[in-house]
Write a protein that binds this ligand. Structure first.
Ligand SMILES: [Zn+2]
Length: 346
């Protein structure tokens, strides 16, 4: 992806124009007019365009706010599985300029994780460029400046066991990132690390922490964001997410794909979110509008005129059970059918 601060990337102009008829959107039947990969009208559509009759529920395609696509590539499977955009939270810096090769999938990324010398993940899974090690305030500024210049959409820091960033250095990274208008995602799995992440000014927990969180930590995150990744780690993550959500933290759907193996909308993650007590509506919002707004992905996460024509069609109502989204009967991304070339016409 080019380093635009507000993603509204052009879509292929060669797409056909058509109307999807017969789908339930939210609670009511509505036709959707599509031209050049975008929604041009909802409800009051052009009767002269070709009609594709469907039956089922239409939901915006999902955004997965925590993946590692350099670690495990699955662009086509993600698209077929109803994912329109993904946030790569840890990959070598070279990937930041390679995201265009992802076809219809919009990938935004953090590039490497800013960490201490020999810090997480440079001695484990992230040996090959997944970490960017810093030791001084100048290093901190330079690391953020470099990532920003290369097109990072967010900054990720590691606060983990082993060699670690001092609070002062972590705060320096956050301030520099905010200076560039970039949010900071923190990898912090313990209670103390999550609290410290809040204290240094991080905006988003890249994972729901796995160690039971104490009240001060829950309170510190109550007006910020947490990416779910409940399937990836387990531990006390589910109970923590329940508390964070109840306290007011905004939940963002993320699977840690790469670390997990299910490409596309993950039934397991949705089941875990249900288990954490989120309503169907809250789960759908966490998969669509919340990450679209958080990541400034204009045109994603909503079915409205001007947005991208990226949808999941399901045979059952996702507001009754959002796990339906893991078994789409059709997926369109930018107006292009992903599962079947054409839909039945009347
Ligand atoms: Zn991850």
């Amino acid at each position: 992806m080019p380093p635009t601060s507000s993603a509204d990337e052009a879509v292929d102009r060669s797409r056909t124009e058509f109307v999807i008829v017969g789908a339930v959107i939210g609670n009511s039947l509505a036709s959707v007019e599509i031209r050049n990969g975008r929604i041009t009208a909802v409800g009051d559509v052009d009767p002269n365009l070709p009609h594709h009759s469907v039956s089922g529920w239409l939901t915006p395609a999902a955004i997965d706010a925590h993946v590692h696509l350099h670690y495990r590539k699955a662009t086509s499977a993600m698209l077929r599985g109803g994912v329109a955009a993904a946030l790569d939270l840890g990959a070598p810096i070279s990937t930041l300029s390679n995201h265009r090769s992802a076809r219809e999938l919009l990938i935004v990324g953090s590039g490497p994780i800013i960490t201490a010398a020999a810090g997480y993940p440079t001695q484990s899974w992230g040996r090959d460029g997944y970490g960017l090690e810093i030791e001084t305030p100048d290093d901190a500024d330079q690391a953020v400046d470099t990532l920003a210049a290369r097109g990072a959409r967010v900054i990720k820091i590691a606060l983990a066991h082993g060699p670690r960033l001092s609070p002062a250095l972590a705060r320096q990274v956050v301030q520099r990132a905010h200076h560039h208008g970039l949010l900071v995602f923190a990898h912090a799995l313990s209670d103390a690390d999550a609290k410290e992440a809040a204290d240094v000014g991080a905006d988003v927990l890249a994972h729901t922490p796995t160690e039971p969180l104490t009240k001060p930590t829950i309170a510190a995150w109550s007006d910020r964001y947490v990416v779910s990744t409940l399937t990836a780690f387990g531990g006390s993550a589910g109970a923590n997410l329940t508390k964070l959500h109840a306290a007011g933290a905004d939940v963002v759907y993320g699977t840690d794909f790469g670390n997990t193996t299910r490409a596309g909308v993950s039934r397991a993650e949705i089941e875990q979110l249900k288990g954490a007590g989120l309503t169907s509506k809250a789960i759908l919002t966490a998969m669509t509008a919340t990450p679209a707004d958080l990541l400034k992905l204009n045109g994603f996460g909503r079915i409205t005129a001007g947005a991208r024509a990226s949808f999941i069609l399901t045979a059952t109502d996702p507001l009754a059970d959002p796990s339906a989204l893991a078994e789409p009967s059709q997926v369109w991304i930018n107006g292009k059918a992903q599962l079947h070339g054409a839909v039945t016409s009347p």
